[in-house]
Design a binder for this molecule. Structure first.
Ligand code: LCV
Length: 259
């Protein structure tokens, strides 16, 4: 059964996350369906892609599937992992990807939304970055993706507190483009999409790629890369990492001891 559905109307393709039983958790299976849907819409020549959850969803996406977080010391966020692949695909898709948000967005799903090209949110939506709550040593590609979305103090607050940020505050901080009442969400997203489809798709694809390449023009020394990977490795081997995941399944607050 496909975990996403797609539709096309007037040069706008829509991908709907459709696994409510698991709150659209970004499992490998859901991401595989999402990547297939993205490729299909690009092949169909759509000029804008809307990424949404089903109407009325309380949770847009619960983020990385915690059941797929390895507890054997393997790194869950390497280059070829599903979350890394889908965030790259959204950034590299020539057509602008509009995230239409209703409900709560968690963890890796927040990174996915923050790397869409535009975000239209319903006024009850929230955005939470959760690595510190789960004990997960987020990877550099992910942190860089987050850094580009808002200012450092804001991303530090979101990462260090893991608290859900309300849509209105996200709007003031530049994390989302529009916040509207939930009953106007589809119309506002459609209106924004149509304004884009009226302009040159070739120039928009070029502008999207120029902004992607230029925003990524930052230097990291090999020694700096290795040092951070060593820090992440220690956390993957730590008791805290196991505790974060165990606390999720035991439905209790984690008790981190810093080891
Ligand atoms: C697998 C899930 C999930 C889930 N995975 O409903 O950014 S990082 O580094 O942290 C990265 C590793 C990441 O993205 O980690 C995941 C971050 N996500 C979160 O912290 C959100 C985890 N989920 C929740 O806190 C709750 O599920 C919310 C508040 C979203 C909804 O709560 P509610 O009481 O409405 P349940 O918790 O009962 O969830 C319903 C079903 O969805 C599963 C959950 O295990 C349950 O499955 P069962 O019915 O089989 O028990 N589920 C929810 N989130 N991320 N599975």
């Amino acid at each position: 059964m496909a975990l996403v559905s797609t539709s096309v109307e007037a040069s706008v393709g829509t991908i709907t996350l459709d696994h409510p039983a698991k709150h659209n958790a970004l499992s490998a299976a859901l991401i595989a369906d999402l990547l297939e849907a993205l490729n299909g819409l690009v092949g169909a020549g759509v000029r804008v892609i809307v990424l949404r959850a089903s109407r009325g969803a309380k949770v847009w996406s619960a983020g990385h599937d915690v059941r797929e977080l390895p507890t054997n010391g393997r790194d869950p966020l390497t280059y070829d992992d599903p979350l890394r692949r889908v965030v790259r695909a959204v950034k590299e898709t020539p057509a602008p990807v509009l995230a239409m948000i209703e409900g709560t967005v968690w963890g890796g799903a927040c990174e996915l939304v923050m790397n869409c090209d535009l975000v239209v949110a319903a006024d009850g939506a929230t955005f939470a970055l959760t690595p510190a709550k789960l004990g997960v040593p987020y990877d550099m590609a992910g942190v860089l993706n987050l850094m580009r979305s808002v200012s450092l103090p804001v991303i530090k607050e979101m990462l260090f507190t893991a608290e859900p940020m309300p849509a209105e505050r996200a709007l003031r901080l530049g994390l989302v483009n529009q916040v509207v009442p939930v009953d106007q969400l589809e119309a506002a997203t459609r209106d924004l999409a149509q304004k884009i489809t009226r302009n040159s798709p070739l120039v928009i694809a070029l502008l999207k790629e120029e902004l992607h390449v230029l925003s990524g023009a930052s230097y990291l020394s090999p020694e700096g890369f290795e040092r951070i990977q060593a820090l992440r490795r220690r956390i993957l081997d730590s008791a805290d990492y196991q505790e974060g995941i165990r606390s999720f399944f035991e439905r209790r607050a984690p008790h981190f001891e810093g080891r």
